[in-house]
Design a protein around this ligand. Structure first.
Ligand code: FAD
Length: 548
């Protein structure tokens, strides 16, 4: 960054000083959902916590998921009943904590015959029992007029029946940010762009880390009684820093999603589709966009922040669309955005990525570095509780309050923005009425920010691009409250414009960068470099379009 970003650096160097001077109970490496969940849980239990993230918060796997908080019906088919039960119950709890980040939606399983629908029904009934699903959320069977009214886009000649069951839609990055902010409210310190480059030992124990700030170049040690490695697909790199070994217990799998304009694929609900190799993929509606995913293929390389998206993957995802919906044929050129991420799965000999369970595992090294690997977004709170239990096991000198996430009936503070009842639609209507933003913008804003959307709008309610959906207040909010330090942070992760506002995204880059320039004190050259970098990444996301 240029000198002109001195304001940020001034604020930041104070934060870095504080990190260096404190002796924490816990140092967490990794600011994805796993690290963020652990930070919140630990801070709620009275531990002093520092979390460091090498790049931006949620810039790894936790911005690339299908964004479903789900019980994982497919894990039932794999016989993983415990995982199905835990996650199905978990989504209910998350809905209570953050209704905007766990929004109930109908997921449709289309069926070619009544017998097919009844077979699916048997599975879904077991799933609902495991997840203690409330009566009003139990599945429904749709056919005939009811099916055409509820999902007019479905090709009823092929699929005259469908079973509709409840799943929950989230936004993965917003969930990470909400957890980090909740952790901060309870005393935790969380910094992005601060990478662990070394694990520090004393008498054979991991007692902290050396970190390197990507914004200032400063290198600083952080001391902690216990170090937790929540680096997702990079956990084995951190283990190497601890003991010099080169472990290979992970099986990395790449997953790709593609986004289409809803006018080209007018889907109303979430819909399951079958692929040529008999996997289930989803079409998921979000605002004016519909995304389709995901692939699940082994990734035998080093984990990277931006895994490639190949034409073959895009064609694989598009193929079932024309077999499921009554749409004009869709091709790679209809894709307006795409994302790709790496799943850190626990390797199982002889199994392909798609056959491996999404279970998590905790590994404790001789130096008592605690590594949490595998898992799912959906189960992040349970994983956090397990990690804290393990921390307390290895470090008997630490004492903590009982786990809120574990104690039955315990009242938990909602996540930031989650303090409302009565549904997102009502919240959007109230926001539109009280602030004058139109309903469509209001819907998008409450889905991202919950009740805090009102504060966001108070910072600027005008759209950044004429007629667009992103409002100026979001840029200010991202910088002032959510530690955004660059254009990519804002476009890809805070506003999610790169994913869900594909049509408007390119037009957003220059005015958003100019707004950030004022707030962060960039030079003109820095501002141009930021735009070029994000434009370059957007082009790379869609590079498969020139491969045909
Ligand atoms: P990450 O999000 O990758 O976080 C790890 C962080 O550690 C990274 O941000 C990285 O930059 C940081 N880091 C690495 N090295 C260092 C270092 N040296 N110093 C500091 N920081 C470091 N789950 C669901 O529940 N529902 C879904 O619908 C779903 N869909 C998915 C679809 C796809 C395609 C994929 C890939 C996954 C999906 N998942 C889903 C799984 C879920 O996304 C992951 O389980 C979860 O995001 C993993 O989070 P994490 O925090 O462990 O890893």
């Amino acid at each position: 960054m240029s000198d002109a970003s001195s304001l940020v650096i001034a604020g930041r160097s104070g934060q870095l000083d504080a990190l260096e001077q404190t002796h924490f109970d816990l140092l967490i490496i990794g600011g994805g959902i796993t690290g963020a969940g652990i930070a919140r849980e630990a801070a709620l239990r009275g531990l002093t916590v520092a979390l460091v993230e090498a790049r931006d918060f949620a810039s790894g796997t936790s911005s690339r998921s299908s964004k479903l908080i789900h019980g994982g019906l497919r894990y039932l088919a794999m016989g993983d009943v415990k995982l199905v039960r835990e996650t199905a119950l978990e989504r209910k709890r998350l809905h209570q904590l953050a209704p905007h980040l766990a929004e109930p939606k109908w997921m449709l399983a289309p069926a070619r015959s009544r017998a097919g629908m009844m077979k699916f029904r048997a599975a879904i009934t077991a799933y609902e029992k495991l997840g203690a699903v409330e009566d009003e959320d139990r599945h429904q069977n749709w056919q005939g007029d009811e099916l055409s009214q509820n999902e007019p886009s479905l090709d009823r000649a092929t699929y005259p029946f469908a079973c509709a069951f409840r799943e929950y839609l989230t936004d993965d990055v917003r969930l990470v940010l909400a957890n980090l902010r909740a952790a901060k409210c309870n005393g935790a310190v969380a910094l992005n762009y601060l990478a662990v480059t070394e694990i520090v030992h004393d008498a054979g124990r991991a007692v902290g880390a050396v970190t390197q700030c990507a914004l200032t170049g400063r290198s600083l040690p952080i001391r902690a009684r216990v170090v937790v490695n929540a680096a997702g697909p990079w956990v084995e790199n951190v283990i190497s820093l601890d003991d010099g070994s080169a472990p290979s217990r992970l099986h990395l799998s790449r997953g790709i999603h593609i986004v289409m304009d809803r006018s080209r694929l007018p889907v109303r609900n979430l819909v399951i589709m079958s692929t040529s190799d008999r996997r289930s993929i989803f079409a998921i509606t979000r605002g004016d966009s519909v995304y389709v995913g995901t692939t699940d293929t082994s990734y035998p390389k080093q984990a990277t922040e931006w895994p490639e998206i190949e034409l073959e993957d895009v064609e694989y995802l598009l193929a079932p669309v024309s077999k499921t919906f009554k749409t004009d044929p869709l091709g790679p050129q209809d894709v307006i955005a795409a994302w790709s991420g790496i799943r850190p799965l626990i390797a199982k000999r002889g199994k392909q990525a798609k056959e491996i369970s999404r279970r998590d595992e905790i590994w404790v090294s001789d130096s008592r570095l605690i590594t949490i690997a595998g898992g799912k977004l959906t189960g992040y709170r349970k994983m956090a509780v397990e990690v804290i239990e393990r921390v307390l096991d290895v470090a008997s000198e630490l004492t903590a309050k009982p786990a809120p996430a574990n104690s039955a009936g315990a009242e938990e503070e909602p996540l930031p923005g989650g303090d409302f009842a009565g549904g997102l639609q009502n919240l959007a209507t109230t926001l539109a009425r009280e602030t004058g933003v139109d309903e469509e913008r209001a819907e998008r804003l409450v889905r991202l920010y919950g009740t805090e959307a009102k504060k966001v709008v108070s910072l600027g309610c005008e759209p950044v691009v004429e007629g667009g959906s992103v409002v100026l207040g979001e840029i200010a909010w991202a910088v002032e409250h959510e530690a955004a330090t660059g254009l990519e942070d804002v476009i890809y992760r805070r506003t999610r414009a790169a994913l869900y506002c594909g049509r408007e995204c390119d037009a957003l880059l220059a005015p958003t960068a100019r707004e950030l320039q004022v707030r962060l004190g960039w030079s003109d050259a820095e501002c141009r470099a930021q735009i070029d970098s994000v434009r370059g990444q957007r082009n790379a996301d869609l590079a498969f379009q020139s491969d045909g």
